[in-house]
Design a protein around this ligand. Sequence first.
Ligand code: C2E
Ligand code: CA
Ligand code: CA
Ligand code: CA
Length: 274
Amino acid sequence: VKSRGRNGYDFFDPTMETKSLERILMENELRKAIEQKHFEIYYQPKMDIGSKQLVGMEALVRWIHPELGMIPPNRFIPIAEETGMILPLGEWILREACRQNKEWHEQGYELKVSVNLSARQIYQKDLVENIRQILNDTKLDPKWLELEITESIFVKMEEATPVLQEIREEGIQISIDDFGTGYSSFSYIKSLPVDTIKIDASFIRDVHHNQESQAIVKAIVTIAESLNMNVVAEGIELTDQAEALQLNGCDQGQGYLFSKPLAKQDFDHYLKAK
Ligand code: C2E
Ligand code: CA
Ligand code: CA
Ligand code: CA
C-alpha cells in the first residue's frame, strides 16, 4: 500500500492487531460457551432493610471457562450484546432463573427472581412470546418474575414502551436498574410502565455522610411514592448506609452487607440457615 520502512511495520498498529485478535478469540470462545452452556447463575439476596427479611434475589450470570475459570459479566456481556449472542444467552439465563425459582417455590420459599434484560432483548421481535413460553414450561407464576432493564433502552422510547406494557400485562414486574445515572432519569420516569426503581450504587456509596446523595435518595423515594412505584437500593455494604436509606424512606436493598451473589448450592444453604 505505502512505502515500507526498514522493519516493514510503519503503517501497522500492533495494539490494534492484538485487540482485534483477542476480540476474535473471545467471540469464538463465547460462541462455544453458549453452545456448551458453560455458564452459571449466581443469586444475590434482596432484602427488606428494616425486617432483614429475604424478599427475592437477583440472577447474575457467570461464565465458567474450562481453562480460564470464572469470567465476570462485565467482560463478556458487552461482547454478547454487540454480536447478538445475548439473545440465545439471555434466553438461557431467563429459563434457568425461572426453573430454579420454581424449584425454590416448591420447597416453600416464596421469592421473586429478578433477571437482567439487555436492550437488545427488548427489541427482539419474539421476546414476549419467548417469556410466555418459558413461564409456561417452568410453571413459574409470572408474579414471581421481575425484569431489570437499564435506562439505555429509552433511546428508542417509542419502541420499548409497548413491549414493556405487554410484559406487564403478563403479570411480570419491571424494574429500572442503575436509576439516576442517565441524566434524563427524572424527566421520563413518569411516562414509564415500570413497577420498581433501583437506585444506582453510586448514590449509596456515600449516602451515610453526603447530604446530596441523601437528597437524591429522598427525591427518588418521593417520586416513586407519587407514581406508585417501589424503590430498591443496590450496593449496600455498610450498616450506616442501610440506616441512612431507611431514614430516607428506602425499604428494600441488596449488597454485600446482606450477602454477595451466591452459587446455587450456597444460596440453598443460605435459605436453610434463614
Ligand atoms: P448490575 O445489574 O447493576 O448488577 C449489580 C452488580 O453489583 C453485580 O455485579 C453484583 O455482584 C455487584 N454487587 C452487588 N452488591 C454489591 C456491593 O455491595 N458492592 C459492590 N461493589 N458490588 C456489588 P456483577 O454480577 O459482576 O454484574 C455486573 C453487571 O453485569 C450487572 O450490573 C449487569 O449489568 C450485567 N449482568 C450480570 N448478569 C447479567 C445477566 O444475566 N444478563 C445481563 N443482560 N446482564 C447481566
Ligand atoms: Ca441488575
Ligand atoms: Ca444495577
Ligand atoms: Ca450497574
